[in-house]
Ligand binder design. Structure first.
Ligand SMILES: Cc1cc2nc3c(=O)[nH]c(=O)nc-3n(C[C@H](O)[C@H](O)[C@H](O)COP(=O)(O)OP(=O)(O)OC[C@H]3O[C@@H](n4cnc5c(N)ncnc54)[C@H](O)[C@@H]3O)c2cc1C
Length: 501
């Protein structure tokens, strides 16, 4: 029997991962990608002398001790990548009062106790949690859908020692934790850095990964990672067609049969996997004909919320900032209006001086991610009035440059490049429906919800990527690409292997 043909929609990291693991397991795979290059949200773009990393601030699973490392290492030779590990997650500057969120847990504890002694009880509770989780390993080797009794037992044993502390940290949101802090600077800092509705466990894990050096920045950034994954897939014998937007998934007798491209081309397949935006997969490509209770809960109810949107502002400066903290938050003297729903009173600023591919020697690439809550405003403006859209982007960039000049001095005259991406940019280039950086807000209310790998009532069809789980993130979607391949192998009564067959 010839190998089964699998069509994958989307060459983001989840699509590349799924296609590679399926190809390794003997399927004949082909990816159709609407954009002209791989990576989806994990991408970089050149502006003048600067290479803007439009994605990676940190890559979880950069070292072997982290649970998701094997999913990366199955696709990229991880030992060949250079990772930078920062001594601090960020610092928050409030006039003369700076709080450093150190990567090292002992230094973090000292710093927080020194800056906010009145919050000793809460700080020690947080730090105790971080220390507890330093040794955690997640049982993620297999998705729960393919686990047998023994696997489930092993998974339970792995998690058991951490379970009480984990349940407690999952029950409380960042916002609730911040609300318990008495020190106004620490409370404000906490609210700025960590998304309020996310559970505190997610914040503890950030410090676990920082302390353990399991979350690094790869030199070369997003474009390096996505092109390495693309070339690995092509070496495995896979095929990618770019500039090929899928407009429909063909179904017959409740089975997926192939796809139709925007230009009318039809491609038949035994199995179709969508690694593209979840909402458009269900409601546009499948015309909303297949909706089970899990899909309805996600896309038609209020329990699942999409993540708050941001702009992505990049500024190239002819000056060296390598001695400065790599990521800071600071308050604005004059608030900046971003859109009808967002007025900012602080900025977060990252520099990439540790990556020689980001800017020429002696120069600095800065990126900022100011909140832009009104994604519909940005989309409508881009669609209906491009001149005004560009004017608004310039206005915001000028206000930010002005604020950086006030903060550091000597910036304005050294600016060589600026670039502003909006939610409309992400919608245009990646099809993600609300133009956010990731999919859902990983709120405590959706913790433990199962992934929507399949839709009940439709055979030979699967989904993967950031809309299928409860959240996104690079290591997570690379793992999900592997997991959907395992599920397909199980359905096809094949033994899944991590290595090429
Ligand atoms: C500014 C920013 C910063 C981020 N920072 C980090 C970080 O530091 N660390 C981290 O881990 N994660 C980060 N993320 C999140 C991470 O990038 C995403 O969660 C992840 O890349 C999502 O991968 P995906 O494959 O699921 O989806 P996508 O990357 O959205 O891929 C989907 C692909 O499908 C294609 N597609 C869509 N519709 C169609 C169609 N109809 N036909 C054909 N192709 C189609 C798209 O063009 C795209 O290539 C960041 C994201 C952004 C935007």
């Amino acid at each position: 029997m010839p190998p089964k043909k699998v069509i994958i929609i989307g060459a983001g990291l989840s699509g590349l991962s799924a296609a590679s693991y399926l190809q390794m397991n003997g399927f004949n795979t082909e990816i159709f990608e609407m954009h002209s290059s791989p990576g989806g949200l994990c991408t970089s773009w050149k502006r003048k002398d600067y290479m803007i990393d439009g994605c990676i601030h940190f890559m979880i699973g950069s070292t072997e001790s982290e649970s998701t490392y094997p999913f990366w290492n199955g696709l990229i030779d991880m030992k060949k990548l250079d990772f930078v590990y920062s001594d601090q997650h960020c610092s928050v500057i409030n006039g003369d009062n700076t709080i450093n969120f150190y990567s090292d847990v002992d230094k973090l504890e000292q710093e927080l106790l020194q800056k906010a002694p009145e919050d000793k009880k809460q700080i020690q509770w947080l730090i105790k949690g971080i220390r507890k989780f330093l040794k955690i390993k997640f049982p993620v080797e297999k998705p729960v859908e393919v686990m047998n009794l023994m696997d489930k037992l092993k998974a339970g044993i792995m998690i058991l020692p951490f379970s009480i502390k984990m349940i407690n940290a999952l029950k409380i949101s960042n916002k609730q934790f911040a609300g318990k802090l008495k020190n106004p600077y620490l409370r404000k800092a906490f609210k700025m850095i960590f998304v309020g509705e996310l559970h505190l466990f997610s914040t503890m894990l950030i410090f676990v990964w920082r302390h353990n050096r399991q979350m690094g920045y790869p030199i070369g950034g997003a474009v390096k990672i996505s092109t390495l994954m693309e070339s690995n897939y092509l070496k495995l014998g896979g095929k990618i067609t770019y500039n090929a937007k899928v407009s429909e998934i063909i179904t017959e007798n409740n089975r997926a049969k192939g796809i139709v491209l925007e230009d009318g081309q039809i491609h038949a397949a035994d199995i179709v996997v969508s690694a593209a935006d979840g909402r458009s997969t269900v409601y546009d490509l499948l015309h909303g004909k297949f909706r089970d209770k899990h899909i309805i809960e996600r896309y038609e109810g209020s329990l699942f919320e999409t993540i708050d949107k941001t702009l992505y502002v990049s500024i190239g400066v002819n000056k060296d900032f390598s001695k400065e903290d790599h990521k800071i938050y600071f308050f604005l003297k004059k608030p900046i209006r971003i859109d009808p729903k967002t007025i900012l009173d602080y900025l977060d600023l990252t520099h990439y001086c540790y990556d020689p591919t980001a800017a020429p020697r002696g120069k600095t690439l800065f990126t900022l991610m100011p909140e832009a809550l009104d994604w519909e405003y940005w989309k409508a403006l881009r669609d209906n009035d491009i001149a005004e859209y560009n004017k608004q982007k310039e206005r915001i960039a000028s206000s930010i440059i002005e604020a950086l000049d006030e903060h550091y001095g000597d910036i304005k005259k050294n600016v060589e490049m600026f670039d502003v991406a909006t939610p409309a940019t992400y919608i245009r280039y990646t099809g993600n429906w609300t133009g956010g950086q990731i999919s859902w807000k990983a709120k405590k209310e959706i913790t433990g919800k199962s992934s929507t790998w399949k839709i009940k009532g439709l055979e030979n069809f699967y989904m993967t990527g950031q809309w299928t789980g409860v959240s996104g993130g690079l290591n997570h979607v690379v793992m999900m690409g592997n997991h959907v391949a395992q599920i397909i192998c199980k359905d096809e009564k094949m033994t899944f292997s991590f290595n090429q067959k």
